[in-house]
Design a binder for this molecule. Structure first.
Ligand SMILES: Cc1cc2nc3c(=O)[nH]c(=O)nc-3n(C[C@H](O)[C@H](O)[C@H](O)COP(=O)(O)OP(=O)(O)OC[C@H]3O[C@@H](n4cnc5c(N)ncnc54)[C@H](O)[C@@H]3O)c2cc1C
Length: 387
């Protein structure tokens, strides 16, 4: 029977690659409901959106890779149910696929803003290649853009829209951008970067509704109307855990797995955005919605599916590019006393450490690519203090 992977995104593709690299030569099926072969999503709010990267550069593997490696890639195919008793996956067309080991890598979907007007033309969400293709075209034709949500994706899109010469306003109920991810201090740093590039912010207010007749014309917040030709909503994502839930697997924020990415069913694994994995550093399960976690988590699951010893315990890692500011971050900002910086904050080349008591819980570098993230990772892992 086959090893089956549900979800032809980054985690699924990397798991397939690793299964073959580790010598698995049995039947391997990768099921994905999108029409495109697996691709990377970071360019969707960066290089591909601004036109620095072509469509052909975002894919995880060349088109021929799947055939050459005997991966039965079934695109445009949705898995609708897992029958654990029969060890089968039911597909949208009613076909059934037997599995010996099953990996769930179904990723996330954008959270919707449930307000009046959210289906008007000109209101965009960004998760898929087609979303960015549409947004990329639309940004060239509008002048006033409102971004709902000052998270990573919202800020990257704000930067892209400024790059196209649009007026940009970002609205968020939090007091600063990236508030949950970085806290007030470093959120303020990113706010300043965007203000320097002409972005307007409305913090402390949520979107009440989108106004317009057929097409969006304004975003209404408690303090008034912001005229808009185009709106991008970036208010977070929710993990696609329905298949796991329906199959009776434990779900607690994400699909509950051990450090070998195995669910309570020894033949079913989960990786990428949906997996809630125990972290020894933070003493609880973490569900990480980041690129590196999809790669290394997918690979770890593959090794475990083949019976290898796996302890997946990576620290959360993230990167972002906005204007000429690139950054890498490692750890978790989840209760800290202070932020310490080293280097040139005003010159935008520095390191920041989030410190709780006598240990660093997270760290970031901004534009220090020669130093990189490794020393920061060691410090966070080793619970040290910056010198
Ligand atoms: C615009 C954008 C920018 C990002 N930028 C960064 C960044 O700069 N840095 C960073 O670290 N991370 C970034 N991320 C996050 C990163 O891309 C994700 O963490 C990563 O894609 C997760 O990979 P995944 O394989 O778990 O899920 P996904 O990439 O979401 O892939 C899951 C796939 O499974 C499919 N699927 C779901 N249910 C089914 C089903 N029932 N049957 C069949 N197929 C199904 C989905 O349609 C999807 O194709 C970004 C994400 C987005 C959307």
């Amino acid at each position: 029977m086959a090893h089956v992977i549900i979800g032809a995104g980054l985690a699924g593709a990397k798991a397939a690659e690793k299964l073959r690299a580790e010598g698995y030569d049995g039947e391997l099926v990768l099921v994905g409901d999108e029409r495109e072969r697996p691709y990377e999503r970071p360019p969707l709010s960066k290089g591909y959106l601004i036109g620095d990267q072509d469509r052909g550069e975002v894919f995880v593997h060349d088109e021929g890779w799947y055939g050459e490696h005997g991966v039965d890639l079934r695109l445009g195919t949705r898995a609708v149910r897992i029958d654990r008793g029969a060890r089968e996956v039911e597909l949208g067309d009613g076909a059934r696929l037997g599995y010996s080991k099953l990996l769930l890598a179904t990723g996330s979907s954008p959270r919707r803003l449930k307000v009046e007007g959210n289906t008007l033309d000109g209101v965009h969400y960004v998760r898929r290649l087609g979303h960015t293709a549409a947004l990329r075209e639309a940004l060239g034709e509008v002048s006033r853009v409102v971004v709902a949500g000052a998270g990573w994706i919202g800020l990257e899109i704000a930067a892209a829209a400024r790059g196209k010469g649009c007026e940009v306003t970002v609205v968020d109920p939090a007091p600063s951008p990236l508030h949950a991810a970085l806290g007030q201090e470093m959120g303020g740093f990113f706010a300043d970067i965007h203000r320097d590039h002409g972005v307007q912010f409305r913090f402390g207010e949520g979107v009440e509704r989108f106004a317009g007749a057929g097409r969006v014309e304004a975003v209404v917040t408690p303090s008034g109307e912001i005229p808009a030709d185009l709106v991008v909503v970036g208010v977070g994502a929710r993990p696609n855990v329905e298949l796991a839930e329906d199959a009776g697997l434990a779900v607690d924020g994400g699909v509950v797995v051990d450090q070998a990415m195995r669910t309570e069913d020894p033949d079913i694994f989960a990786a990428g955005d949906i997996a809630a994995v125990p972290s020894s550093r933070y003493g609880r399960r973490l569900r990480v919605e980041h690129w590196q976690n999809a790669i290394s988590g997918g690979e770890a699951a593959a090794v475990a599916m083949l019976g290898g010893d796996v302890v997946y315990d990576d620290l959360p890692y993230f990167f972002s590019d906005q204007y000429d500011v690139g950054m890498e971050f490692v750890g978790l900002v989840d209760g800290y006393d202070r932020v310490e910086t080293r280097g040139d904050v005003a010159g935008r080349a520095f390191t920041a450490y989030w410190v709780a008591g006598e240990e660093v819980v997270a760290g970031m570098h901004v534009n220090l690519w020669d130093d990189g993230i490794d020393a920061i990772r060691d410090l966070v892992a080793g619970r040290g203090l910056p010198s």
